[in-house]
Design a binder for this molecule. Structure first.
Ligand code: ZN
Length: 383
């Protein structure tokens, strides 16, 4: 049994949480004066890589998966979905195999990686919506292919981002839903009707709404309005301060109130120092002192995200777009509620004991301790 004390991230009241066998057994008011705050562990459903390792590069090893997971623990992540982007069949299979092996070899990694997010290859071929996904590997939804990948992954693919603009998209979405795979709409140029059909077939969320789009869209009939208007459809947002302007974030958060999730969509450049780097597909990118990752020869173009969830939380709070507890919820209880299809709003008896202890320093969250199913991972931290 362990007991944790901290200022509750919502109420700011001292709280004492008792943990047994990895689960919360009691949540009580505390009479002491803890210095640090306690919040749920952070949950990131879109992680391409971290600190020099990318899940999508050739030659990924089990140790690489361990290393990324450990680095993510240090920034407060207790649950995440490694995210595989569009690639060849062989490449996707090889990567799924490695991630599956990593989960089988280490129980703590297995508990942290609660699913794999497959972002592609059933996306839009159109420039803009396609983003950086390689055109040569984009294809129509293919259930046999997907089933093969799911076998290789031992059933760990829990989420797929696709574009409903393919003719057979609705049937494919229905099959995914039947088999318990969450379907996200993303990298799409779909029509209003196609988006409507996708939602009716079971699509549950928009992936990084507002990004991976055309630079210009028809003012009324477009896929952003359609997804915003779709009742019941959740949205994941990259709130790093670079991917979406503040006013857009404000409007999205208002319209999707209670159904918003923060994702970092971080690449291997997250956690690295500012400088110039070469990507695995050969392009030169630059990470600025301000944390923005862009194409070196075309600084207007973002080259993905280089920030983790705490950065996104800080951005929402420091710009006054949300309160601190709202931002934390969108990076913890909301994604957990989404993937588990149940409403989790606070520390609850019977839930896994995943926490962060932290303090705020100069408008930034500083993670002091990460606890995964009752296990203190702070020996990984350098104080
Ligand atoms: Zn994407």
């Amino acid at each position: 049994m362990i007991q944790l004390e901290g200022l509750h991230y919502k109420t700011r009241e001292p709280v004492k949480i008792t943990v047994k066998n990895g689960y919360i057994t009691a949540v009580e008011k505390h009479t002491g004066t803890p210095e640090n705050s306690i919040a749920p562990g952070l949950v990131d459903l879109q992680v391409n890589g971290f600190k020099g390792i990318d899940f999508n590069e050739d030659g990924l090893t089990v140790e690489d998966v361990f290393e990324v997971t450990e680095q993510l623990w240090k920034v407060g992540i207790t649950t995440y979905f490694p995210t595989l982007i569009t690639n060849s069949d062989e490449h996707i299979q090889a990567t799924l195999k490695v991630i599956n092996e990593a989960c089988q070899q280490n129980e703590l990694v297995n508990k942290t990686i609660q699913g794999i997010h497959l972002e592609g290859p059933f996306l839009s071929k159109k420039n803009g919506p396609r983003g950086a996904h390689p055109l040569e590997h984009i294809k129509a939804p293919d259930w046999n292919l997907f089933s093969k990948w799911q076998d290789v992954a031992d059933g760990r693919i829990k989420m797929i981002t696709l574009s409903p603009e393919w003719e057979n998209a609705a049937q494919f979405i229905q099959k995914c839903t039947t088999w318990g795979v969450l379907v996200a709409i993303g990298h799409t140029a779909a029509t209003s009707l196609q988006i409507d059909e996708a939602v009716k077939a079971g699509a549950k969320i928009s992936t990084h709404l507002g990004n991976a789009t055309h630079l210009e869209l028809p003012r009324h009939h477009n896929y952003i309005w359609d997804q915003l208007a779709a009742e019941g459809l959740w949205a994941s947002l990259i709130a790093d301060g670079f991917h979406l302007p503040e006013n857009v974030l404000k409007v999205f958060l208002k319209q999707k109130h209670g159904k918003c999730i923060l994702v970092s969509d971080c690449t291997k450049f997250a956690g690295l120092t500012a400088g110039k780097y070469t990507t695995h597909i050969g392009g030169e990118v630059e990470l600025s002192d301000s944390g923005r990752l862009f194409i070196k020869d075309n600084p207007q173009m973002l080259a993905g995200s280089a920030q983790s969830l705490t950065w996104c939380i800080d951005h929402l709070v420091n710009t006054g777009i949300t309160t601190f507890s709202e931002a934390i919820d969108m990076a913890s209880f909301k994604p957990l509620s989404f993937i588990n299809n149940k409403s989790i709003k606070d520390f609850q008896i019977g839930e896994p004991a995943d926490f962060i202890l932290f303090k705020s320093e100069k408008d930034k969250m500083k993670i002091l301790q990460t606890i995964k199913t009752g296990e203190d991972l702070s020996n990984l931290f350098d104080f």
